[in-house]
Write a protein that binds this ligand. Sequence first.
Ligand code: C2E
Ligand code: CA
Ligand code: CA
Length: 601
Amino acid sequence: MESLFEKLTQLTQIEFLLLTVCLTIIIFLLTIYSLNKEKKKLTKTVENNVKIFQKTCDISEDAIMILSAKNEVLYANDSMVRLLQFNNHFLSQQLDTIAEIKVKKDWIVLDTLIKEHSINLDDTVLSYPNSNLKLSEGDKIPINFYMDTILMSSSNEEICHVVTIQDLSKEIERSNLHFRHQLTNLPNQLQAYQDLPAFFSKAHLEKNKLALMLMHLDNFSMLRSIIGYEQANDVLKKFARHLETVGINLNISVYHTFDNHFLLTVTNLHSMEEAKTFVKDIQTRLASFYKMEDVNLHLTVSAGISIYPDSGSIRKLLDYAYRALAKAEQEGDGKIHIFIPEESTSNYDELRLHNDMQGALNNGDFEVYYQPIIQVETKEIVAAEALIRWKHPQYGLIPPDVFIYLMEKTGFIVKLGQYVLEEVLKQQKRWELFKFKQIEVSINVSMVEINTGEFVQHVERKLGEHQINPELLKFEITEGVAMINEAETVRHFLALKKLGVGISLDDFGTGYTSFGYLKKFPADNLKIDKSLVDYILTNEEDQRIVKAIIELAHTLGMKIVVEGIENKKMVDMIASYGCDYMQGYHFAKPLPVFEFQKLLR
Ligand code: C2E
Ligand code: CA
Ligand code: CA
């Protein structure tokens, strides 16, 4: 070190200057070299990022393009190229398309729309969700449209537009699939639920009969095991096409509800006999209907028919058709059975029940049972349904299905309803005093009670009398019934909600409420009927329906209760669909209050 220093001091001035210049040049070169390296690295990173973004956009199903301030296409991904049908040389060219977007009621050329928005350089994204794109007359695609204008530098010249178009046709197609049977493409049970209200009002207004005909090909499981799965599906498809043709000719709607079951709705029916003749005609044609290797396959069909108004209330019309079908099956293959209302109460003398009602109420022969409602998430009892029982001196315990219908006819249901409300409120007070867990109790209410016009005031008065928090009370109304006098019902229920009590739409899936109506109905809960979950473990159609109902109710902000849960498998399956609450024999049957309380403890 010292010798180097000595050598340096011995240098002449000129030599020292030269050395300094050399060193400076070396340092300069080194700096340039390292700066260049940094810059290259940075450029590389930017290039990589751009590549990643471009790849992401390339594979996106949404159509994306970037336009310059002058509307030249700087980038378009494959989806956009396909959607707007660009030719091969679109890059760096003026946007050239005849595409029009629907904005409110007008069709605006895409080009014009972009130009108009680019003047307006605020932060907002221009968006037209659920719009339409038109490329040629008659060819409209449902889309979501978004456009954002990005300022690249402070001068307004350097801007670009990012345009995104989401093609919704596939999604719509998928949701339409919800309403079709996968095998035969006929409308399915879900579609039937949607359509039935319209059929009902039509029959009602035109004073025509409405028939629901459920048909099934007999011994189908056996047939399937003999001729094989593929061949059996062919039979179903052919039968479906046959019914469809008959349907088109006679203005009958045909649904493939599940497996080998079909539902036909006949609106312009004049007599019961006509319904029978119609089915017989189908049965006759079935004989020569499916050939296997030149041999006619022997097929028979059984049918259960319910007819409004002959069979009774519309609310149960589909249930009745199922009951009639079960009867037909019992009688053998190829039988037709028409439901007549006496069948449901035939074990009881209606007149006797009718005469005994008032006395029973005075004697305390009615008792409120409670069935727990379980919250899926916590597996705890969070509510209960109050279900009435009649301990009759001659008949023993009579199930409500037998007498409620009679009480509705005579108006006695109003008194019974008041009794149940009184009992439940008293019980709530007792639970409060004895420090039981406070739970909400649901009471079934009949439309007859609501239509007295005094129901809401009565509830308000009773809540005040017993000093019960209205949030601990809910009313259940059967869906089909609730829609008969739509506007009135909604008005009454809004008044109830104002009091702070809850509303449940009961037996959902049996009463043909259209989804459109559901939106208007101020219900907190929707109870999916037992009949929709009875065969859920094996019936994929029912699985899809229940899933779809749950999704729909959730989008409308309602909670879901599924009734009729009878085993662990059902719990698991239905919980996986996102159901909120469950009720059923798996947890507990309806119990007298003392038994029920033990569960609460
Ligand atoms: P709901 O409102 O649909 O009540 C549910 C019915 O399903 C009850 O029948 C209940 O016992 C039954 N259930 C619950 N879980 C299961 C299960 O896992 N498996 C099976 N097989 N059944 C189950 P219930 O008590 O016979 O009542 C029948 C109907 O009578 C009720 O149907 C309701 O519409 C009506 N009802 C009952 N109490 C009253 C009342 O106080 N007032 C009015 N207006 N109607 C009532
Ligand atoms: Ca109920
Ligand atoms: Ca129910």
